[in-house]
Design a protein around this ligand. Structure first.
Ligand code: NAI
Length: 253
């Protein structure tokens, strides 16, 4: 992917941690200038520092992806800094609490949908007019849970299925106009999200999680980042409207 994105600009949301940080770094390694967007300013600053350290170009942008005015301002800041937008990875997301559907707290449901689904819609809405200027690509970060169900995670699973639907719809609308739109669907990836959910510290829980992946391990942020940058690159020129599994075989079972 080296030099694929020379003189191009990419925007990554949720880039202050985990998959988003690895994706911002991968875009920078591929030559892109990167807008590193997150509501966690310290996390975004650290990603910018890591990109600076490898000789890349990046700006940090504070944003809550569920708030329309902040999303518009995020895209404006990226354009002001780099003059163009060629690739966008809509990755910001939260896990939400775990509870059976009848017990799921309504305010938590609304929060997960606001960030994980409405946030992706708002980002696409703000990004598309600028991607259309010279052509480009969107990669939305969905999940295996955009393809299959998962007990105790109704809001997350509904949001991720929604992201896959949004992706397919936008691909129908914009692919012939030069903007490809895809989703990536990772299985369980070792990131702070899983740490915060307490799934990595307990060796029994971690082993259980590993056990549902035919490949025999969890994924890494870098593996997902590389697939995202590939999907956004000309190497994936005929791929659009796809929900690409990067799941160690999870959904093959
Ligand atoms: P993470 O918790 O390490 O990173 C998520 C980032 O998003 C954080 O920096 C957080 O501050 C930011 N964020 C959250 N809400 C935000 C908001 N409203 N506005 C702006 N930034 C916000 O999580 P991870 O694991 O890197 O997740 C990234 C994406 O990948 C999420 O969409 C998640 O659902 C998805 N995913 C993760 C999997 C995993 O096993 N870790 C598996 C499949 C999908």
């Amino acid at each position: 992917m080296e030099a694929t994105f020379n003189n191009k600009a990419a925007l990554v949301t949720g880039a202050g941690s985990g998959i988003g940080r690895a994706t911002a770094l991968a875009f920078a390694r591929a030559g892109a200038s990167v807008a590193v967007a997150d509501w966690d300013e310290a996390g975004a600053s650290e990603t910018v520092r890591l990109i600076d350290a490898i000789g890349g170009k990046a700006i940090g942008v504070k944003v809550d992806v569920s708030i329309p005015a902040q999303v518009e301002a995020m895209v404006d800041q990226a354009l002001k800094a780099f003059g163009r937008l060629d690739a966008a990875c809509n990755n910001a997301g939260i896990g939400g609490p775990l509870a059976f559907t009848a017990d799921y707290p309504i305010d938590e449901w609304d929060k997960v949908i606001a960030i994980n689904l409405r946030g992706v819609f708002l980002c696409m809405r703000a990004e598309l007019p600028h991607l259309l200027k010279q052509g480009g690509a969107i990669v939305n970060v969905a999940s295996i849970l955009g393809n299959v169900g998962f007990a105790n995670a109704s809001a997350y699973t509904a949001a991720k299925h929604g992201v896959v639907g949004l992706t397919k719809t936008a691909a129908l609308e914009y692919s012939a106009k030069g903007v490809r739109v895809n989703a990536i669907c990772p299985a369980f990836i070792e990131t702070p999200m899983l740490e915060k959910a307490g799934l990595l510290a307990d060796p029994v829980a971690k082993q259980g999680l590993i056990g549902v992946h035919p490949i025999g391990r969890l994924g890494t942020s870098e593996e997902i980042a590389d697939t995202i940058v590939w999907l956004a690159s000309p190497a994936a020129a005929f791929v659009t409207g796809a929900a690409v599994l990067a799941d160690g075989g999870y959904c093959a079972q």
